[in-house]
Design a protein around this ligand. Sequence first.
Ligand code: SF4
Ligand code: SF4
Length: 106
Amino acid sequence: MTKKGTKIKEKLVNGLGKMRRIYKVYAIPWHVRKKLKGRIGECKRCGACCRLMFDCPALFFENGLACCKIYDKRSKVCRKFPIEPRDLKDRDLINPYTPCGYDFTK
Ligand code: SF4
Ligand code: SF4
């Protein structure tokens, strides 16, 4: 696949992932709570989840760490990321070299 084709595929995958998380967080929150029980680790502030599909305008970096201009008002979807292992796969398309600080036991 060409570089352009790969970029388009990446945007499509991340667009679908974004819609999936919005649906899950707002329509089936009990499912999200269940999934999060299997999540371990903590955010390393790499910022990859703030660059899915496009770079969030609220994202900035300070001393190499991702920061959010609207941290206290950020959406539930931002707060819950990652919900399940496939979110990590989406996020790895953006930053395959540094893993997310979270992982899943199931
Ligand atoms: S991808 Fe993971 S480690 Fe990086 S900012 Fe998002 S939640 Fe934190
Ligand atoms: S609003 Fe904040 S936490 Fe959400 S994607 Fe943007 S920078 Fe990241």
